[in-house]
Design a protein around this ligand. Structure first.
Ligand code: GLC
Length: 699
């Protein structure tokens, strides 16, 4: 539909119809006959108001969408189609690894492909917008939502966030296989104090600009269509009512031109924050701050008309938001076809091939942390299998609500499918059988409900029961391989000395079992790296590799002194650092050469050799330390990463260039510039990479 027709449509709309476009409700408001249902009564909404709303979130099937759209259009005066939104976080019915696992691949193409496949399947169920990617920077594994994130590094998170948006949105939204993306949660939600969900956030402007905004900038640069405001406060004001964040920063400085949607009932929650006394004030503060869609409350529906009539909100501001909503529906092709192809059976496809892709993607997203000559396993070996995740279907992880766990492949199934004949031992009294096994796989970790929203924990240690299980098995057999099924970094210090192999599988999704065995058996050579630090203990949290220099940082010279930044009961080191992960090859980096290309460009040449007979991949990582800066800066910052495949006995030569944008940082006055002076570069395969050289920028 041409813009002129959209503007003409806008002119035809009543005030109530305009406001209605900014209201989003759940499917339960639309019963079969469209009669007023319970929730409607709770929100005191009339049938007329229901058939003026603009969007619905959380449908589950194509039939849901067809039914609701049909009922809605039959009752809508102007027949402006509904837009359907959902949390397609790591797949729809075919479930891929959780986002934190995908981030561990350090492979943007893999993430982009996962998003494309998710969109491919979700659009055939009638979804138009996904509330993804989650771009929150995270450093506290007590927070259950780290599983939805891309980890602790702003550069890694930016690259992955961009890849999701490109994968979901494709080249053009009129393509029926694409989803409009909604990047979330703007902003700072991941720094909830004590890792407790929905808790207070209090951070500096510098932390915001240096760590939390970059991924949102990347999403906007990639053309993301929506931004979701976060539940938390920033500078004491909830993001949902934060004009500085939503207008000064998001609109004026970051140039976002799409729609801003509140998180679930967040407009109402301004009252819980005690920054609004009632519905009218909450609606006023949210809308005037820049929130344009009210998710599942009636506050905009019932308060915005009055605010407009009172002159507290300009009609022009309302018109701008409503027009953007009409434009998004138009981009998606909904005016031409409100069902976006759902009624065209020829567009239906068999989604089975997505399972094979899910298996491949999962194999690239598991991190091998320990391997004392115990992996890979061979079908000729007698393999014991023990533990709560050994034959569990609970392998999809949070936010996979359409996925069917019963259809997921268990680890036991995976072993059998791959030609192994595991001795599965369920009862403790039978552990004695394990002494006749060559190796024992102990599958432990979390249940999916321990990750995601509202799932913070005071301890990230393995449960005592699981620690005891491993020690009991150790009594009978010391060739133990731990497979971890987890939503977050976990404290593995209690079991690490008792095992010879540790594979972090995260929640691997529908193909979990066979993908895990692909890695354990060497069919897939592991290549993933930790996107979040694995600490020695919960007490070290929040923790990340890119900590700032302090006046009393600990080092090899002062580590015995008392008055340095340290603990009495632990050293500062992680158990496993950011960027770390093993493989089955013997890939080494050498001949790293740093040189200057021009005044603000540094070139890094390198050679990587695979000394083994196993083809494999490594994740080349380049970290930087800006030696002297105006504000305290990280000891190391990731500035580049690349997954590099190296065939057996092959040598690969490569070159990277870093320029002004890579070497600039946010100053105290929030200017983003590059200072003259020396820069150290660390090049290797994890965040402990050795110093490769120093380069000086002379103005
Ligand atoms: C939830 C989450 C958000 C999600 C939204 C809709 O509360 O915070 O991430 O997209 O509601 O389900």
């Amino acid at each position: 539909m041409e813009q002129t027709k959209l503007l003409a449509l806008l002119d035809q709309m009543t005030l109530e119809e305009k406001v209605g476009q900014l209201v989003q409700l759940t499917p339960m408001f639309f019963s079969e006959q469209g009669e007023v249902t319970g929730p409607m009564n709770e929100l005191e909404m009339t049938k007329e108001e229901l058939f003026q709303i603009g969007s619905v979130l959380g449908t589950r099937t194509k039939e849901d969408v067809i039914s609701i759209q049909t009922t809605y259009l039959a009752n809508s005066r102007l027949k402006i189609p509904l837009i359907f939104m959902a949390d397609v976080i790591h797949g729809y019915e075919t479930i891929f690894p959780i986002p934190l696992a995908l981030a561990s691949s350090f492979d943007t193409e893999l993430v982009k492909t996962t998003a494309e496949l998710s969109a491919f399947e979700a659009t055939r169920a009638g979804v138009h917008v996904t509330f993804s990617p989650m771009a929150d920077l995270v450093r506290d594994a007590r927070w259950g939502r780290v599983l939805e994130s891309n980890g602790e590094d702003p550069y890694l998170s930016s690259q992955m966030t961009r890849a999701y948006v490109e994968g979901y949105q494709g080249e053009i939204l009129s393509d029926k296989d694409t989803l409009a993306a909604c990047v979330k949660h703007f902003v700072g939600y991941g720094e909830a104090e004590a890792g407790r969900d929905y808790n207070t956030v209090d951070m500096s402007d510098l932390n915001l600009y240096q760590n939390h905004l970059p991924a949102f900038r990347a999403a906007i640069d990639a053309g993301v269509k929506l931004v979701m405001s976060s539940f938390n406060v920033w500078r004491g004001i909830p993001s949902t009512a934060n004009k500085y964040l939503l207008k000064d920063v998001l609109r004026n400085e970051m140039h976002f031109e799409g729609l801003v949607i509140a998180d679930y009932a967040a407009v109402h929650e301004l009252i819980n924050h005690r920054v609004a006394a009632d519905k009218k004030e909450a609606a006023y503060r949210a809308f005037s701050a820049g929130v344009e869609i009210d998710m599942v409350t009636d506050y905009y529906q019932h308060a915005l008309p009055e605010l407009i009539q009172d002159g507290l909100i300009e009609m022009d501001q309302l018109n701008q938001s409503v027009l953007k909503m009409l434009e998004l529906k138009n981009e998606l092709g909904l005016f031409e076809d409100p069902y976006r192809g759902l009624k065209d059976e020829t567009l239906d496809r068999d989604m089975t091939p997505l399972r094979a892709k899910a298996r491949e993607i999962a194999g690239q997203s598991m991190v091998l942390l320990k391997n004392e000559s115990i992996l890979p396993i061979q079908p000729s070996e007698k393999i014991g299998l023990v533990g709560p995740k050994a034959n569990s279907h609970d392998v999809l992880g949070a936010w996979s609500w359409i996925g069917n766990p019963d259809k997921a492949i268990t680890l036991e199934d995976g072993l059998k499918q791959a030609g192994f004949n595991p001795t599965y031992v369920e009862r403790e009294i039978d552990y004695v059988q394990l002494k006749y096994c060559d190796k024992v796989i102990v599958a432990v970790g979390e249940i999916s409900d321990e990750g995601g929203e509202g799932a913070s924990k005071t301890s990230i240690a393995l449960s005592q029961r699981q620690v005891e299980l491993i020690k009991e098995v150790y009594h009978w057999n010391q060739n133990i391989i731990v497979v971890l099924v987890n939503s977050r970094p976990m404290d593995l210090s209690a079991i690490q000395p008792y095992v010879k192999g540790i594979l972090v599988s995260w929640f691997p999704g529908s193909e979990a079992g066979i993908a895990i065995v692909d890695v354990l058996s060497g069919r897939v050579n592991p290549s993933a790296k930790l996107p979040m630090t694995f600490p020695q203990s919960t007490g070290q949290l929040p923790m990340s590799y890119n900590f700032l220099s302090t006046g009393r940082g600990i080092n090899e010279h002062n580590h015995a002194q008392k008055y340095v930044s340290r603990y009495l009961d632990s050293d500062n080191a992680p158990l496993y650092p950011f960027g770390f992960g093993l493989n089955y090859s013997q890939i080494e980096l050498d001949q790293v050469k740093i040189s200057q290309i021009d005044q603000t460009t540094v070139e890094i040449k390198y050679q990587i050799t695979n000394h083994s007979e196993n083809a494999g991949s490594e994740i080349l990582q380049v970290y930087m330390q800006d030696k002297v800066t105006e504000v305290a800066r990280p000891e190391r910052e990731l500035k580049y990463f690349e997954k590099i495949h190296v065939a057996a006995k092959e040598t690969v030569n490569g070159m990277i260039r870093l320029g002004k944008d890579d070497l600039s940082y946010w100053h105290a006055d929030l200017s983003f510039t590059m200072d003259p002076g020396a820069f150290d570069f660390f090049v290797g395969f994890d965040s402990h990479a050795p110093l490769a050289g120093t380069w000086t920028y002379v103005e």
